[in-house]
Design a protein. Structure first.
Lengths: 200, 85, 252
């Protein structure tokens, strides 16, 4: 499928090398990719809910969520569409804090977003300091365009796992595929092993 | 870009899979029952894949993903397509 | 309802640039030769794929500007300020260079010369391109179908195909009406403004004539015009739309 090369075409300035996973190129802007209209969620209706396989549930409204301890993190983002953005600054709550104290034998997680988007990953990849619920980017409140009020941030996996407009996580003993995983994207999605599609 | 386009955008990608021009087919939305022409669905064409949504209720009608040598096509949001041949 | 053309699978083909014409400072018409091109209908588009030396590739859609003419296909590309593909196509691609194209695509937004009803064409910015293919097809094949083109454009310097439209307007059955949205030509009859209900009423066909209607341009433009037309009584099923990205091409 690689096409014939058009003389003089280089596309946007791309830098490779540095600390980039295979097949990625560096961007300076912050592309916005979406599978649908941007959900507009008001803070007075916003809720985050974790449901375990036992049926046990925990729910946070905005006030309860913002009362949780938050941290500043700087991470690299790797999108499956091949752009990478290094050194992005976020503020959020570690997922460990929300899952703490929930009795579960679940190995899998299905992340749910306002607007219907879903994504799946092993529960252990949301814990151990690997993931946050982020509510601020680059020093400002997270805009709806980039997933606000709250998005998931799981930077060690491809960015489609970092669900925007997040509203909950189901803890599951069996794996259920999310929006893009149903359409051929990888269940795990490690950028360093270039796990883009399920055949990879 | 998250500015939506229309079903004409999908026609090329679908044209690699179908032997007929699907953009003139009539679909019925599995969510709300709206019937319309595929050319007028609302399409979000950013990778990771293409998503077509019902112009009436915004439910997902079709999803299409392409890798180099494979396509994944989900049309479960469409009850059926009617194609005059 | 329209018949779906039985196509066989659409695949990428190589097109060679054989000539070009600058339409404005920012827009260029490119003439490609595509071996075994089976022709196209007015309103159809092609997907274009460009590949860089390191294998990076990207695709865009462009409406075909020309009437069917053997193995030649014309595209009019407007350079977008932050574009990735449009600056290359409009200012770098040279005669003899090759790109990949897939098409012709789309059987919906197509003018059918066999249908007698008048055609109302409403274009915003580069949305005029597929409409121009319709105007050219009508002229080339000598059809007498009544046509009205309502062309919304920023300023006189941005008008595409201006001279050709002036020439074609000598046909009494073809009318062209401009709406300048930022700056008008000197002593123009209408101040700078978008197309509104009054404009459509004065210069469009009345809904009672059941015209075929084609609206093309940026998404916001298309939706606003479609609303106006339906409010003016046009049957929504007779109003065909083609939405470009926010600034007029398939996102630059």
């Amino acid at each position: 499928m690689p096409g014939i090369v058009s003389p003089g075409f280089f596309g946007r300035k791309r830098e490779g090398g540095q600390a980039l996973p295979p097949g990625q190129y560096l961007v300076r802007d912050f592309p916005v990719l979406s599978a649908g209209p941007t959900p507009r969620v008001t803070l007075d209706t916003w809720e985050f809910r974790i449901v375990a396989e036992t049926g046990e549930q925990r729910t946070w409204d905005w006030a309860a969520f913002r009362a949780l301890p938050a941290v500043d993190v700087t991470v690299d983002l790797h999108c499956v569409t091949k752009w990478s953005k290094l050194g992005t600054a976020w503020r959020g709550v570690s997922v460990d804090i929300l899952v703490e104290g929930i009795q579960t034998n679940a190995e899998y997680a299905l992340v749910l977003s306002y607007g219907g988007y879903t994504t799946n990953l092993p529960l252990r990849d949301l814990l151990g300091g690997l993931a946050w619920l982020a509510f601020a980017y680059d020093g400002s409140d997270l805009t709806p365009e980039h997933g606000g009020p709250v998005r998931l941030l799981v930077p060690h996996l491809y960015l489609w796992k970092s669900a925007k407009w997040v509203r909950g996580i189901d803890l599951r003993t069996t794996e259920q595929r999310g929006f893009w995983e149903q359409l051929g994207y990888h269940d795990y999605g490690d950028p360093w092993l270039e796990q883009r599609y399920s055949e990879d | 870009m998250s500015v939506p386009l229309d079903g004409n955008t999908m026609a090329g990608a679908l044209g690699e899979l179908f032997a007929v021009d699907v953009s003139v087919a009539v679909f019925e939305c599995a969510g709300c029952g709206h019937a319309g022409v595929v050319a007028e669905v609302v399409v979000y064409a950013d990778a990771p894949g293409m998503v077509a949504r019902c112009p009436a209720c915004s439910d997902v009608l079709v999803r299409l993903v392409r890798s180099e040598r494979r396509a994944w096509l989900d049309m479960s949001g469409v009850v059926c397509l009617r194609i005059d041949i | 309802m329209a018949r779906a053309a039985v196509l066989g699978r659409l695949t990428w083909r190589v097109g060679t640039l054989v000539s070009f014409r600058d339409e404005t400072a920012a827009a260029r018409t490119l003439v490609f030769q595509i071996p075994d091109w089976s022709g196209h209908l007015a309103g159809q588009h092609v997907d274009v794929r460009l590949t860089a030396p390191d294998g990076y590739s990207t695709e865009r859609s462009y409406s075909i500007a020309s009437a069917a003419d053997g193995d030649l296909v014309e595209l009019t590309v407007e350079r977008l300020p932050d574009g990735e593909v449009s600056p290359y196509l409009s200012h770098v691609l040279s005669v003899g260079d090759q790109i990949e194209l897939r098409g012709p695509i789309g059987g919906w937004f197509v003018w059918d010369p066999e249908v007698d009803s008048p055609a109302l064409l409403v274009g915003g910015g580069s949305g005029v391109v597929p409409l121009m293919a319709m105007v050219r097809t009508r002229a080339r094949q000598g059809f007498a179908t009544p046509f009205r083109l309502l062309y919304s454009v920023r300023d006189p310097a941005s008008v595409l195909y201006g001279q050709e439209l002036d020439r074609l307007r000598s046909d009494p059955m073809l009318e062209v009406h401009y709406a300048f949205t930022r700056q008008t030509p000197t002593s123009f009859s209408r101040p700078a403004a978008r197309i509104d209900a009054a404009f459509v009423e004065e210069f469009g066909y009345s809904a009672a004539l059941h015209p075929a209607v084609f609206v093309c341009g940026p998404t916001g433009f298309v939706e606003a015009i479609a609303d106006l037309l339906v409010a003016a009584g046009h049957d929504p099923h007779r109003v065909k739309t083609e939405r470009f990205g926010p600034s007029g091409g398939s996102t630059g």
